[in-house]
Structure formats: C-alpha cells, structure tokens
Design a protein. Structure first.
Length: 261
C-alpha cells in the first residue's frame, strides 16, 4: 500500500488550532495549580479568543475542567484513557503489583487496581480471591465512581476543583437500597474518606457484594489510582471495615511509595 508524501512543516502550519491545543495541554501539565485564560494567553503568546474556543472544546471532551469561581483551567484524569499512569517509564501496574499480591494474600479476597476515567472506575489489573467462591470482573470493566469503593477513594483525594467538577458531572442512579443518590451525600462521604484514608462500598453497586479501597497517590498527594478488595458481604462484615480498611490503606501506601520512588 502506498503512503502519500507529507511535509511535516506544511501540515503543522495547516493546523494552528491543534498546535495551540497541544500547547495549552502541555502548559497545564506543568502547572497543576491551574491557569486562567489571561495567564495562558500571556505565557503562550496566543490570543485569548483562540484559547477560549479551544478550552471550551477540550472541556466538552473532558480533557480539561474549569473552576467556575477562579476561572482557572485544569487537566483532568481523562488522559488515563489514553495511557495508564506511569513514572520514569515504569507503568503503575508494575509499581503496584508487589503490594497488590500482598494485599490479596493477606485478605484472601479478589484484589483490583483501578483508575478513574471521566466519572467511571476502570479495572486495570486483578488478582482473584483464594476462596472457592470468588468475585471477578473483566479487565477494563467500568462502574460509576459514586457506587464503588475505588471510585470514592480516588475522588476523595483529587484536588478540590477537580473533585467538585467530577461531582457536578455525575448523574446519580440508584442500584441498590444503599446507593448514594445525591451530590450532598456523596460530598459528605468523600469528606469522611479523607479523614480515615479508605472507602467502603456497603453493597452500593451490587446487593451482597462489598468492597474496601484506598488511594494510590502521586508526589502531591493526588490520587492516581486505588487498590480495592471485593467479596461477599459475609466475608467482609461491618465490624471488620476498620481493620480491613487499614490493611488496604497500608498496601496502597506501599504502592504509592514505589510509584514515587
């Protein structure tokens, strides 16, 4: 099959909006505190009107969010859909697998590594339970972040502006009698998770199935993923939530240390 000849310089010149969009994303990636339109325009010498159109398009696609109070733009976690988190050429799964095996062996329950994409949790890796009866899901399977422990664990440790933007985009739906179905209740839950360091799924997505999760964080303390253990309710009783939560948290902290090493 023949491939038509292209001139990189000519092609690039023909796509100024693409160039400006990439410049915007690269600049935001280096400024996690966010930037206003005027700051971006001044730093990159591009008219505000151009950035306004580009920023709006990127916001609609979910790659950036904009704080309605400060008017600052921020990158979102949607880029995880393109490539999983990595550091120094080591993918997150490589950094986390050792602690993940330890967590599965200690609890004997199915252990998963999950990340947040848009408003959903995606399973990146999974180690099945030691029990004959075990919970399992497909790699790549998704679930609403508000109805599962890893989703809540990650959301609780996002920057406040990203957390608020995430919650604003959620369309709450009831799956079981325990499902969180309002913005206020979800924000209250996230505040509790920030205090204790781990999250509980008390049969909120599936009746009879419970999960406990804790975040894996970057150098700035921002959640990039989460470990979760999942199993039948009788094997994850309420009176063991705290002890199991501390175990999950300890292994997530170990993965965090390896990720940031």
């Amino acid at each position: 099959m023949s491939v038509p000849h292209t001139n990189p310089k000519t092609d690039a010149a023909a796509s100024p909006s693409l160039q400006r969009g990439i410049a915007l994303l690269e600049y935001l990636a280096k400024h996690s505190h966010g930037c206003t339109l005027s700051e971006l325009s001044e730093a990159l010498s591009i008219p505000q009107a151009s950035f306004l159109r580009i920023g709006k398009a990127l916001e609609e696609m979910g790659y950036v969010s904009r704080d309605h109070v400060t008017k600052k733009y921020y990158l979102t976690n949607r880029f995880l859909q393109l490539i999983p988190p990595s550091v120094q050429d080591r993918p997150l799964s490589e950094c986390a697998i050792g602690a993940m095996r330890e967590l599965r062996d200690i609890t004997a329950e199915t252990t998963q590594l999950c990340c947040l994409i848009d408003t959903e949790i995606v399973i990146l890796e999974q180690l099945l339970a030691r029990h004959a009866f075990k919970y399992s899901a497909e790699i790549g399977a998704r679930a609403p972040c508000y109805s599962c422990a890893p989703g809540k664990a990650i959301a609780a440790f996002l920057p406040e502006n990203e957390r608020d933007d995430l919650v604003d985009r959620i369309r709450f739906k009831r799956f079981t009698p325990h499902t969180i179905t309002s913005k206020r209740a979800f924000l209250n839950e996230l505040a509790l998770i920030r205090k204790c360091g781990y999250a509980i799924d008390h049969e909120e997505g599936l009746v009879g199935i419970r999960c406990i999760a804790a975040p894996i964080r970057d150098r700035n303390g921002i959640a990039v993923a989460a470990f979760t253990i999942t199993g039948p309710a009788e094997r994850i009783p309420e009176d063991e939530y705290e002890s199991l939560g501390k175990i999950v948290q300890s292994r997530a902290n170990a993965a965090t240390a390896e990720f940031n090493r």
